[in-house]
Design a protein around this ligand. Structure first.
Ligand code: GSF
Length: 202
């Protein structure tokens, strides 16, 4: 299988971490979805990365669908619990993390536009979402080592990728001081090869 992604995409990183944790071999095709001649639309009509291209050419997107596919593709290190309540908890944290990432990506893109075209209201809205989402993640983690149970799940992976994206694009946001428990989680994740090998590259 082939993963089409950019090396800065936090959603693409979530998928790459899952591939690494589950030891699933894959080919990496690096694509910039915003380049005028980008090949991404040939794999995903939405023009977004990541896209997983299966043997036979079937495209799987977005990242939440890809990780669902991958968790079933190999029994190694399951990251999404089978039991309904736990599964909902993990996927709920993933949705929360991805929502923080969505707000951060929206902020980043808006700030790249010419100053006179930027909407101050839109920036404030996204910032509020980002900080509310971070608070909710910190509250959900509490004093636990992992979001659910005694080991890593997709919830931790998703949150780690969100925090990594904030470090990449918004180094001025001091989420570590505001949320020491999230900092502890990020430090723990940073010891894993899956996170070390997928640090975003600009
Ligand atoms: C989001 C993918 C996305 O926005 C997912 O896969 O989880 N919900 C989707 N990808 C961005 C790149 S990045 O910010 O990671 C993308 O491909 N944007 C291109 C565009 O035209 O919006």
């Amino acid at each position: 299988m082939k993963l089409v992604t950019s090396l800065t995409s936090p959603y693409g990183r979530k998928v790459r971490v899952v591939l690494a944790e589950k030891k699933i071999p894959f080919q990496l095709q690096v694509e910039n979805p915003w380049a005028p001649d980008s090949a991404v639309p040939t794999y995903n009509p939405l023009g977004k990365v990541p896209v997983l291209v299966l043997e036979g050419g079937v495209s799987v997107f977005d990242s939440r669908v890809i990780v669902e596919y991958l968790d079933h593709a190999s029994p190694v290190s399951n990251l999404i619990p089978a039991e309904h309540k736990s599964r909902m908890a993990v996927r709920g944290i993933e949705a929360l993390s991805d929502g923080v990432t969505d707000a951060a990506v929206a902020l980043f893109l808006e700030r790249k536009r010419p100053a006179e075209q930027q909407s101050a209201d839109w920036l404030v809205l996204q910032e509020k979402t980002l900080f509310r989402g971070l608070e909710a993640l910190a509250e959900a983690l509490g004093e636990n080592t992992w979001f659910l149970g005694n080991g890593i799940t997709l919830a931790d992976v998703a949150c780690g990728c969100t925090l990594g994206y904030l470090d990449l694009r918004f180094p001025e946001i001091d989420w570590r001081t505001a949320h020491p428990n999230l900092a502890k989680l990020a430090d723990k994740l940073a010891t894993r090869a899956s996170f070390q090998d997928t640090v975003p590259v600009v």
